[in-house]
Design a protein around this ligand. Structure first.
Ligand SMILES: Cc1cc2nc3c(=O)[nH]c(=O)nc-3n(C[C@H](O)[C@H](O)[C@H](O)COP(=O)(O)OP(=O)(O)OC[C@H]3O[C@@H](n4cnc5c(N)ncnc54)[C@H](O)[C@@H]3O)c2cc1C
Length: 375
């Protein structure tokens, strides 16, 4: 038996909340320590692929995501003018009739769904604190928190994102996040009724696309080559994004012409990180972006985080000794996460050197096909 009855989760993002919910379904108690006193999430859209929707279904949250986000089966590939060149990337529903091929949702809406489920499952949540030290012995683990208190548990899970402080405590020599040379623009705009699925625009000067996130709204994404990582002044976001959209027609052209300070524009330089195995040290382990942070090219970082939570909860509820369960976690997750991080970064490299659309599409297709495999 793993003999894990109480888990301390550092970080209340998608990975941490999913883990608390998955553990409660196995009868294991947990407490989340979240650094942000207001537990906020920024107002961008997020794409949830079929495999991510499958993971949310296992977590019991697909119904709410379908109701409050927007799920669809068709992703159209368009040229820069907005003419459809590939009407649908996938035939039927490869993951079964219950699982839509893809979807979109606003991050704050997903956060609300996950945080309500976290509280409803009985997990404790402490906001505005973090961990300053982790002490371990054969029997358990104790974390010293910034408010001076000690939190005791059978296992500590670092789910504190790409700039994880738990990773630094466990693995001081671990690689640090690296900029990839691209920046990601996103904006939230009204959804015209004819946009019933995603559209990806290829063959233009940059990669861009749109994804519905609700009955009323959709989000635009655009990936810019920014080798020098310039500062993007927020007051100029509408003008800078509109300039990048010059030359696009179709729905993207219409969005460009309507961009304004009300368009909820967000910009992020992209970073990547892949921690070599193992992802545990004694009674502490890393999940989500803390262990494997990807760029958004396969829209799968959040999905990997939810899958990590499901797999770790399964292993902790198994009859293996704890150290075997933790080793089995990295063994089950490493290859899939490596594929996503490395292929996402490779897709970005292909975009930056304007590689032929077919080469990009083939890598995208092969990666998504691999992700359909059961976890
Ligand atoms: C521009 C961009 C677009 C993306 N688009 C998509 C997409 O379309 N689809 C997709 O699946 N993925 C996407 N991703 C990836 C996805 O956002 C991440 O993979 C996912 O959020 C990882 O979840 P996480 O819980 O591991 O980390 P995070 O979401 O970073 O959550 C970490 C949590 O820990 C908290 N925290 C941080 N430090 C501490 C600390 N020291 N103590 C306590 N708490 C702490 C933070 O406040 C936060 O709540 C995108 C990423 C980027 C950068």
């Amino acid at each position: 038996m793993t003999n894990v009855h109480r888990v301390l989760i550092v970080g209340g993002g998608i990975a941490g909340m999913s883990l608390a919910i998955a553990l409660s379904r196995k009868g294991i108690a947990s407490e989340i320590i979240e650094a942000d006193p207001d537990w906020r999430i920024y107002g961008a859209g997020i794409t949830i692929t079929g495999p991510t929707l499958r993971a949310f279904e296992t977590l019991g949250l697909l119904d709410r995501i379908e109701a409050e986000g927007f799920c669809y089966d068709i992703t159209r590939i368009c040229d820069a003018d907005g003419r459809v060149i590939i009407p649908s990337r996938v035939a039927g529903r490869p993951l079964g009739a219950r699982i839509p091929n893809s979807g979109g949702i606003m991050r704050p809406v997903l956060h609300k769904i996950l945080s309500e489920a976290t509280r409803a499952c009985g997990a404790q949540v402490r906001l505005g604190v973090t961990v300053v030290a982790i002490g371990q012995n054969g029997q358990g683990v104790s974390a010293t928190l910034t408010d001076g208190s000690e939190a005791a548990a059978d296992l500590v899970v670092g789910a504190d994102g790409i700039h994880s402080c738990v990773r630094v405590m466990l693995f001081p020599d671990a690689p640090v996040p690296v900029l990839t040379g691209q920046g990601c623009w996103r904006a939230v705009v009204p959804r015209p009724p004819e946009i019933e699925g995603a559209q990806v625009y290829v063959g233009g000067p940059v990669k861009a696309g749109i994804v519905p996130v609700s009955q009323d709204e959709m989000y635009l994404f655009l990936l810019q080559h920014v080798p020098d990582n310039p500062r993007m002044p927020e007051e100029r976001f509408p003008e800078l994004l509109a300039a990048l959209l010059i030359g696009f027609g179709g729905a993207l052209g219409a969005i460009r012409d309507g961009l304004s300070p009300a368009s909820r524009i967000n910009y992020r330089p992209l970073e990547k990180l892949l921690l070599p195995p193992p992802w545990h040290h004694g009674r502490a382990i890393l999940i989500g972006d803390a262990a494997h942070a990807t760029t958004p090219h396969l829209a799968s970082g959040a999905g990997l985080a939810v899958e990590d939570a499901l797999v770790l909860a399964d292993l902790l509820a198994s009859d293996r000794p704890l150290k075997d369960a933790l080793a089995a976690f990295t063994a089950r997750r490493y290859e899939r996460c490596r594929m996503v991080v490395e292929n996402s970064v490779r897709l970005g490299e292909l975009e930056m050197r304007l590689a032929p659309g077919e080469e990009q599409a083939e890598l995208q297709r092969a990666s998504m096909l691999a992700l359909n495999a059961a976890i």
